[in-house]
Design a binder for this molecule. Structure first.
Ligand SMILES: Cc1cc2nc3c(=O)[nH]c(=O)nc-3n(C[C@H](O)[C@H](O)[C@H](O)COP(=O)(O)OP(=O)(O)OC[C@H]3O[C@@H](n4cnc5c(N)ncnc54)[C@H](O)[C@@H]3O)c2cc1C
Length: 447
């Protein structure tokens, strides 16, 4: 791989691990400083048919950045905010910018970019777009998919395109912005992003914490809030095991109880109704001051890190079900816990039906089986095997089953056709996501 260095590119040969211990053994890591350098690397990979894997901050939970012998393209040097436009309400940025840093800069100007994956203090915005990440404000503001206006992308052939326009209303052609958003580095390298931004909310928001008896009753609260037309900005849940992990690993000093903790941030005029709903489901109500809320929000963001510190390895599930079916999902999770004689600590963006049961690994074979069964709960309840973390290699089979059952094999064929069209030599993050899901389903059909 000498010649990449000879082209004046910064390179190294380090090996890495992602957050969930998928192996990353690149033959070389390249650190491009600008789009031209990205083009150079991609052309080189294209001509020599070498797999290439983009790397944002490596916080993927699904093996989406794993590789063997690839060129790993670390985007950390492309970390400039290029323009904040306070009339057209967008920010134009390079992909390596850290999400928390971007939001600090936007807030200084009275704006923000709402999606806030709990890894906001670690992750890059390019990774968040490629993953279509969600987060704690997702219940009100959706995922990254809802906030990308336009993208510059270096295609796997080395050609550069800009998809979309930096404004909201645009009917010119197929929606390629949404195709590249969430493409997990399999269709090209994102080199510039135009995000929609909005002014910081002006209404007073009330932060509440409620200790709930269990996940069932929390699901009951969320369903009843929706029936009452209440849309919280944040509705997050962590169970007693996660609270314990935060206390033992991060000295959180949270009250321990048999149940779990529900965090809500709501509009002031909804407060009385929410108190009534929480009371009905046996939740207590404490209104927090800003400092207390910030501390709890930060602890919630570190929940997965605290759990991971307790287990050598863990699988993070990311199932999402329609809110109307949350109770059934919770019941079926409990049945699996009984069947496998394990406790799956739950972190949940409960407000939008997105549950993260965590499987702390003891026996890998059993964990794999359990992982599959949890995913099937989502498929069978009309939900999705991934709300926000994406597919990578870990959920490819489950994704194949979901798409085939809910949409039909033709939908998978269309997806694979797009991959083949955009990446004719199959070099961009190969062997994952759509390609892998399609291959598994095709193989099963032929058996
Ligand atoms: C503690 C913790 C909490 C988390 N909480 C959440 C959460 O609440 N919600 C959520 O959605 N996710 C969460 N995640 C998952 C993950 O952090 C996010 O999805 C994050 O946005 C990924 O960003 P990254 O920069 O680390 O991307 P990476 O992990 O580096 O990459 C992710 C994917 O994007 C591709 N990619 C990266 N950069 C580019 C680029 N420039 N062009 C093309 N493709 C690219 C990679 O190849 C890979 O397929 C969490 C992870 C951790 C460790």
């Amino acid at each position: 791989m000498q010649s990449l260095k000879d082209m004046g590119l910064e390179t190294s040969t380090e090996t890495r691990e992602d957050f969930v211990n998928f192996k990353i053994n690149p033959s070389v890591v390249v650190y491009p400083r600008n789009e031209k350098e990205v083009v150079k690397v991609v052309r080189y990979a294209y001509e020599n048919r070498i797999p290439i894997v983009p790397w944002g901050a490596g916080t993927s939970l699904t093996g989406a950045v794993s590789c063997e012998g690839c060129i790993l393209l670390d985007m950390k040097h492309m970390s400039n905010i290029l323009e904040i436009n306070d009339v057209d309400w967008y920010v134009r940025t390079q992909p390596g910018v850290n999400l928390e840093f971007l939001n600090k800069k936007l807030m200084e100007k009275g704006f923000f970019l709402p999606p806030d994956p709990a890894s906001f203090f670690l992750c890059s915005v390019g990774g968040a777009v490629a993953n279509s990440s969600g987060g704690m404000r997702g219940v009100k503001y959706g995922t990254f998919r809802d906030w990308v206006l336009s993208l510059r992308v270096v295609l796997p052939t080395g050609e550069v395109v800009q998809v979309g326009e930096p404004f909201r209303k645009n009917r010119a052609g197929y929606d390629l912005v949404h195709l590249f958003t969430g493409s997990e580095g399999t269709l090209g390298v994102i080199t510039e992003i135009w995000f929609r931004i909005i002014p910081l909310p002006k209404e007073k928001m009330i932060p509440i914490v409620s200790f709930m008896p269990d996940l069932d009753s929390t699901a009951g609260v969320i369903q009843e809030m929706r029936k009452s037309g209440i849309l919280p900005e944040i509705a997050e849940y962590i169970d007693s095991e996660v609270i314990m992990a935060l206390n033992t690993q991060l000295n959180a000093e949270l009250r321990e109880s048999k149940g779990g903790l529900l965090m809500l941030r709501v509009e002031e005029h909804d407060l009385e109704k929410i108190k009534e709903i929480l009371g009905k489901w046996h939740g207590d109500v404490s209104i927090l001051n800003d400092e207390e809320w910030e501390r709890l929000y930060s602890l919630r963001a570190q929940s997965a890190i605290a759990l991971k510190a307790m287990a050598k390895e863990m699988y993070v599930e990311d199932i999402v079900v329609p809110v109307s079916r949350l109770m059934e999902a919770v019941k079926r999770l409990k049945e699996l816990e009984r069947k496998y004689q394990v406790k799956m600590p739950v972190i949940a963006h409960i407000g939008d039906g997105n549950l993260h049961p965590n499987i702390l690994l003891k026996d890998k074979e059993i964990a794999d089986e359990l992982f599959h069964e949890v995913g099937m709960i989502a498929v069978e309840l009309g939900g999705s095997v991934s709300g926000e973390h994406g597919i990578g290699v870990q959920k490819a089979k489950l994704m194949g089953i979901q798409v085939k059952r809910h949409g039909g094999m033709k939908v998978l064929e269309i997806m694979k056709g797009i991959k083949d069209l955009v990446d004719p030599r199959g070099i961009m993050n190969p062997g994952k996501y759509v390609e892998l899901a399609y291959n598994i389903m095709k193989q099963e059909r032929n058996e």
